[in-house]
Design a protein around this ligand. Structure first.
Ligand SMILES: Cc1ncc(COP(=O)(O)O)c(C=O)c1O
Length: 419
């Protein structure tokens, strides 16, 4: 018998961390690697906004270092309420907003508030971390496989066979790991499916809720416009819990300020859960974020510059893959729409290296690329995709534009060596 809990025994470690280990080993040996694995930023390349940094320092200097209020400091909830109205035309009051230490505790609190043992949760694959939340709760998670034809975003038709009796549908747009987004029409059809399903439920039966993770909503490119279920179908307002925060849009992953908004009765319960975990965002960071969000000119100036740089890296990578494809290499990529990710395909599974090793799955192919092309990606299998067709996530936040640019010829030479 083990002396640790079944939950702790069954927790899967992150595949991304295993790849990072491989990358770090090579780095220790002095190799120069384009690390496109982690969904984070190199903070020397992408620092947080100056105003936010100064605000944090000011808040510490003002000794704002005691417990924050359980639902988040009032001034931050006020700023978020105004920010949501200004940026997304969403109307949420102070008792419908909850702050925590980054957005992860809010995702977990949403699961804990809605899902009981034996309940069914649906999420698309690839997607980020939903499998871990289901494992932690011991609930049945249904990973609905999506296709390249629809940019790996789920459609109502994909989800329809699974909605019966499900209590939570976890969606994300722009999506980690793909960098693709819902079209208005596709999300409308999903909303209608949820409305129809809830209408069919009997008195006393739990409804189907949507967890809508829009943490990358401010990072969209070109003509791609972020859409959300409540704006498209206001009658869903009682059934949608939004996940959002400062981590990605202000390159502030280490600052740890996330926010959730949704129906007051659900937010109230989530507040209790976050409180018992003590997973609040530090008070100085909350106060500084509240001041920064009010200054929309600084927010927009920061976002414009930040997005330009992220988009330049994504576009360069996308072009690099398209050029290789045009030259006849078995690669592909999907147009970057939002977030910090590019979906790429290296369709070389089953090929052989010069040494005669058969690369019979995307893990072996990835290891080959790390050693030979000095580029590290994350296979979609790390995000729940079951078909191994050589699709990978490339994340551009932790590499410089020059590093990304320099990696394409190395990839070409590594692919040329495969037989
Ligand atoms: C889609 C998505 N939601 C939430 C998070 C977590 O964000 P935070 O760092 O604020 O906990 C991430 C982080 O990678 C993410 O990709």
């Amino acid at each position: 018998m083990s002396n640790i809990s079944v939950l702790a025994q069954n927790l899967k470690s992150s595949e991304i961390i295993k790849i990072a280990f491989e990358v770090n080993e090579l780095k220790r040996k002095g190799e120069d690697i384009a690390n496109l694995t982690i969904g984070d930023f190199d903070s020397n390349i992408y620092p947080i906004p100056d105003e936010l940094k100064q605000g944090i320092i000011d808040a510490y200097n003002a000794n704002l270092t005691n417990y924050p209020t359980a639902d988040g400091v009032l001034s931050l909830r006020e700023s978020i309420s105004t920010f949501l109205k200004e940026k997304l035309d969403l109307t949420y009051g102070l008792d419908e907003i909850l702050i925590s230490g980054g957005s992860r505790p809010l995702i977990y609190a949403t699961y804990l508030t809605i899902v009981d043992k034996g309940d069914k949760v649906i999420y698309p694959a690839p997607s980020w971390n939903n499998n871990h939340y289901c494992d932690m709760l011991g609930v049945e998670g249904i990973a609905v496989q999506t296709t390249a034809e629809n940019n790996f975003m789920p459609t109502a038709a994909d989800l329809k066979p699974f909605v019966k009796d499900a209590v939570l549908l976890a969606l994300c747009s722009p999506l980690n790991p793909t960098g693709t987004m819902f079209s208005k029409n596709d999300l409308e059809e999903i909303c209608d499916l949820v409305i129809e399903e809830n209408k069919s439920r009997k008195e006393g039966q739990k409804p189907l809720y949507i967890l809508y993770d829009q943490i990358y909503a401010q990072l969209t490119f070109g003509e791609h416009v972020h859409v959300d279920p409540v704006s498209l179908r206001p009658e869903l307002k009682d059934y949608v819990i939004f996940i959002d925060g400062a981590s990605k849009c202000f390159a502030a992953t280490g600052v740890r300020v996330g926010w959730s908004f949704g129906p007051a009765n659900i937010i109230e319960r989530m507040k209790g859960i976050v409180g018992h975990m003590g997973a609040w965002a530090p008070k100085p960071e909350q106060v500084a974020t509240s001041v920064f969000l009010k200054d929309l000119t600084s927010v927009d100036t920061y976002l414009d510059h930040f997005k330009d740089r992220i988009q330049k890296s994504l576009d360069t990578l996308y072009k690099g893959f398209n050029d290789l494809k045009a030259e006849g290499f078995a690669v592909d990529a999907i147009e970057p729409m939002g977030a910090i990710y590019l979906t790429v395909r290296i369709n070389c599974i089953g090929k052989s290296t010069e040494e005669g090793e058969i690369l019979d799955d995307s893990h072996k192919l990835n290891s080959y690329l790390i050693k030979e092309a000095k580029v590290a990606l994350v296979p979609f299998s790390a995000f729940g995709t079951t078909e191994d067709e050589g699709w990978f996530r490339a994340s551009v936040g932790a590499s410089s534009f020059d590093d990304i640019n320099a990696m394409i010829p190395r990839l070409k030479s590594a692919l040329t060596k495969l037989k």
